[in-house]
Design a protein around this ligand. Structure first.
Ligand code: THU
Length: 133
Protein backbone atom coordinates (compact mmCIF):
# COMPACT_ATOMS: atom_id res chain seq x y z
CA UNK A 1 0.00 0.00 0.00
CA UNK A 2 1.29 3.35 -1.04
CA UNK A 3 1.59 5.76 1.89
CA UNK A 4 0.82 8.66 -0.46
CA UNK A 5 -2.55 7.11 -1.33
CA UNK A 6 -3.56 6.92 2.35
CA UNK A 7 -2.40 10.48 2.90
CA UNK A 8 -4.38 11.71 -0.12
CA UNK A 9 -7.50 9.91 1.11
CA UNK A 10 -7.19 11.69 4.47
CA UNK A 11 -6.72 15.06 2.74
CA UNK A 12 -9.66 14.42 0.38
CA UNK A 13 -11.94 13.45 3.29
CA UNK A 14 -11.72 16.98 4.69
CA UNK A 15 -14.14 18.02 1.97
CA UNK A 16 -16.98 16.16 3.73
CA UNK A 17 -16.25 17.78 7.09
CA UNK A 18 -19.40 19.17 8.71
CA UNK A 19 -17.88 21.88 10.88
CA UNK A 20 -20.17 24.96 10.79
CA UNK A 21 -19.19 25.95 14.36
CA UNK A 22 -15.41 25.61 14.44
CA UNK A 23 -14.84 25.89 10.65
CA UNK A 24 -11.97 23.50 11.35
CA UNK A 25 -11.99 20.75 8.75
CA UNK A 26 -10.40 17.40 9.56
CA UNK A 27 -10.12 14.28 7.39
CA UNK A 28 -8.86 10.82 8.22
CA UNK A 29 -8.06 7.55 6.46
CA UNK A 30 -7.58 4.24 8.26
CA UNK A 31 -5.71 1.36 6.63
CA UNK A 32 -6.70 -2.21 7.56
CA UNK A 33 -4.32 -5.14 7.69
CA UNK A 34 -5.66 -6.35 4.34
CA UNK A 35 -5.19 -2.92 2.75
CA UNK A 36 -8.74 -1.59 2.81
CA UNK A 37 -9.19 2.10 3.55
CA UNK A 38 -11.96 3.59 5.73
CA UNK A 39 -12.28 7.36 5.70
CA UNK A 40 -13.84 9.79 8.17
CA UNK A 41 -14.37 13.50 8.72
CA UNK A 42 -15.36 15.51 11.78
CA UNK A 43 -19.09 16.04 12.25
CA UNK A 44 -20.19 18.84 14.58
CA UNK A 45 -23.42 19.15 16.56
CA UNK A 46 -25.13 22.31 17.84
CA UNK A 47 -24.60 20.88 21.32
CA UNK A 48 -20.86 21.05 20.76
CA UNK A 49 -19.69 18.28 23.05
CA UNK A 50 -21.54 15.69 20.97
CA UNK A 51 -19.22 16.38 18.04
CA UNK A 52 -17.27 13.44 16.67
CA UNK A 53 -13.70 13.73 15.41
CA UNK A 54 -12.60 12.57 11.96
CA UNK A 55 -10.30 9.79 13.15
CA UNK A 56 -12.89 8.34 15.52
CA UNK A 57 -15.44 8.32 12.71
CA UNK A 58 -13.05 6.39 10.46
CA UNK A 59 -12.30 3.86 13.22
CA UNK A 60 -15.96 3.36 14.18
CA UNK A 61 -16.92 2.97 10.52
CA UNK A 62 -14.32 0.24 10.13
CA UNK A 63 -15.36 -1.53 13.33
CA UNK A 64 -19.00 -1.34 12.22
CA UNK A 65 -18.05 -3.25 9.10
CA UNK A 66 -16.31 -5.99 11.06
CA UNK A 67 -12.71 -4.80 10.70
CA UNK A 68 -10.45 -5.46 13.68
CA UNK A 69 -6.84 -5.28 12.48
CA UNK A 70 -5.15 -2.13 11.30
CA UNK A 71 -1.79 -0.90 10.08
CA UNK A 72 -2.02 2.87 10.12
CA UNK A 73 -4.22 5.94 10.29
CA UNK A 74 -3.66 9.27 8.56
CA UNK A 75 -5.15 12.51 9.91
CA UNK A 76 -5.22 15.79 8.01
CA UNK A 77 -6.19 19.39 8.78
CA UNK A 78 -5.43 22.80 7.29
CA UNK A 79 -3.00 23.55 10.07
CA UNK A 80 0.45 25.08 10.01
CA UNK A 81 1.86 22.38 12.26
CA UNK A 82 1.01 18.67 12.00
CA UNK A 83 -2.54 18.11 13.27
CA UNK A 84 -2.46 16.95 16.87
CA UNK A 85 -5.19 14.42 17.68
CA UNK A 86 -7.21 15.14 20.82
CA UNK A 87 -6.75 13.04 23.95
CA UNK A 88 -10.00 11.14 23.42
CA UNK A 89 -8.93 10.12 19.92
CA UNK A 90 -5.49 9.03 21.15
CA UNK A 91 -7.24 6.70 23.59
CA UNK A 92 -9.56 5.35 20.88
CA UNK A 93 -6.71 4.80 18.41
CA UNK A 94 -4.59 2.93 20.98
CA UNK A 95 -7.51 0.98 22.39
CA UNK A 96 -9.19 -0.10 19.15
CA UNK A 97 -6.24 -0.19 16.73
CA UNK A 98 -3.25 -1.04 18.91
CA UNK A 99 0.22 0.34 18.39
CA UNK A 100 -0.19 1.39 14.75
CA UNK A 101 1.47 4.13 12.71
CA UNK A 102 -0.29 7.48 13.10
CA UNK A 103 0.44 9.83 10.22
CA UNK A 104 -0.15 13.47 11.10
CA UNK A 105 -0.51 15.81 8.12
CA UNK A 106 -0.28 19.60 8.00
CA UNK A 107 -1.99 22.05 5.65
CA UNK A 108 0.81 21.77 3.11
CA UNK A 109 0.44 18.00 2.87
CA UNK A 110 3.68 17.39 4.76
CA UNK A 111 3.54 14.60 7.30
CA UNK A 112 5.18 13.06 10.33
CA UNK A 113 4.72 9.47 11.53
CA UNK A 114 4.35 8.44 15.18
CA UNK A 115 3.42 5.17 16.87
CA UNK A 116 0.14 5.26 18.84
CA UNK A 117 1.95 4.67 22.14
CA UNK A 118 4.26 7.60 21.51
CA UNK A 119 1.16 9.80 21.36
CA UNK A 120 -0.35 8.21 24.46
CA UNK A 121 2.28 6.77 26.78
CA UNK A 122 1.08 4.66 29.73
CA UNK A 123 -2.36 4.34 28.14
CA UNK A 124 -5.29 2.82 29.96
CA UNK A 125 -6.24 -0.49 28.36
CA UNK A 126 -8.39 -3.58 28.80
CA UNK A 127 -5.47 -5.39 30.47
CA UNK A 128 -6.67 -4.36 33.91
CA UNK A 129 -10.35 -4.93 33.17
CA UNK A 130 -9.66 -8.50 32.05
CA UNK A 131 -7.97 -9.31 35.36
CA UNK A 132 -11.21 -8.78 37.29
CA UNK A 133 -13.45 -11.64 38.37
N1 THU B 1 -11.06 17.48 15.48
C1 THU B 1 -10.88 16.30 14.79
O1 THU B 1 -11.77 15.88 14.05
N2 THU B 1 -9.74 15.62 14.95
C2 THU B 1 -8.66 16.08 15.65
O2 THU B 1 -7.64 15.39 15.68
C3 THU B 1 -8.72 17.37 16.35
C4 THU B 1 -10.07 17.99 16.41
C5 THU B 1 -12.27 18.27 15.25
C6 THU B 1 -13.28 18.29 16.35
C7 THU B 1 -14.01 19.58 16.04
O3 THU B 1 -14.97 19.33 15.03
C8 THU B 1 -12.96 20.47 15.41
O4 THU B 1 -11.91 19.61 15.01
C9 THU B 1 -12.42 21.55 16.34
O5 THU B 1 -12.05 21.00 17.55
Amino acid sequence: MDLKLLINKAIESKKFSYSPYSKFRVGSALLTEDNKIYTGCNVEISSYSLTICAERNAIFKAYSEGERKFKSIAISADTEDYISPCGACRQVITDLCGNIDVILINGKGQYKIFKSIELLPFAFSDKELNNRE
